[in-house]
Ligand binder design. Sequence first.
Ligand code: G6C
Length: 352
Amino acid sequence: MSVSDHDLIQAWKQVLALSKLEPGQLVTVLTSSSTHPQTLSTAILAAASMGAIVNRLDLLPVNGEKALSRDSLAYLGTTPLTGNRAAIAALKESDLVLDLMTLLFSPEQHEILKAGTKILLAVEPPEVLVRMVPTLAERSRVMAASAKLSKAKEMHVTSPAGTDVRFKLGQFPAISEYGFVDEPGRWDHWPSGFALTWANEGEADGTIVMERGDILLPMKSYIQDRIHFEIEKGFVTSIEGGVDAEILSEYMASYNDRDAYAMSHIGWGLQPRAKWSTLGLYDREATIGMDARAFEGNFLFSFGPNNEAGGSRTTACHIDIPMRNCTIALDGEEVVRNGKVLDGGPVREAAE
Ligand SMILES: O=c1ccc(O)c[nH]1
């Protein structure tokens, strides 16, 4: 079901207001061949109506012949910005970049953020954006979760299927994704709603067992048979299971890069408006699967890069795996039990 321009403009206005857009500020809308036309037109209208000076910067697509998939979150690292000094200069000069093409995990993204530019990624379909317009209340909940993460020394994750994995924490920051960019130099993704961090380099050990129905991204599949991962010193050393495991193994091997097997971010979903079942209702390429990444109570872990957190691993291979019914404990304190978040639930909207 599509949404009206009016509804999407209102949603953009809420996101831009939460992102503290001021009249006279410079907004650059970053587009490429996969940008959704309604998202683009309503973004420009909303930002201009708030008095911003709005530019559009359209970049040619790259990596298509290497990626094996058109999912913008599958093949990372180099982007249309790589070596593109003119585009980088324009984005560094902007107060706010609306990324409608996906720069995530690119070295250039950090360079632009360091200049104080805010970057908001928004590439899900318009109706998904409108369904999950961010709120201050959800920001508070995600910030509280990432505050716990940033204080923790160890994350221990278990599940009825046999997951028992430990991550030592402290080397990398905790990241909050709540859907808007309210500070200079901040990156966020609309829609989202989760807290995440990275394990210390080489300090993730144990077994992860994906259960039937857990999700593989960018495959966008609900697995039919369990997949057993052995994690040793921060790398996955074995991937055993049925055909889903074979598909994942071949896909990761195609990158020919040991860092594809490194643990990347770990955390849990806090978005009550995101649903585990949504992925099955969309054609595979119609969404990048943010419902799967953000649904409340998931354990979201990933393989691949850690440059997002300041690490040195920039592999192009990025696998996101949201699991249901896990128990996540920080230094022995459970924060998620059997897929239920133990923080009292969504924060009530403050009266407008
Ligand atoms: O918003 C995102 C999307 C993908 C990812 O791996 C992290 N955060």
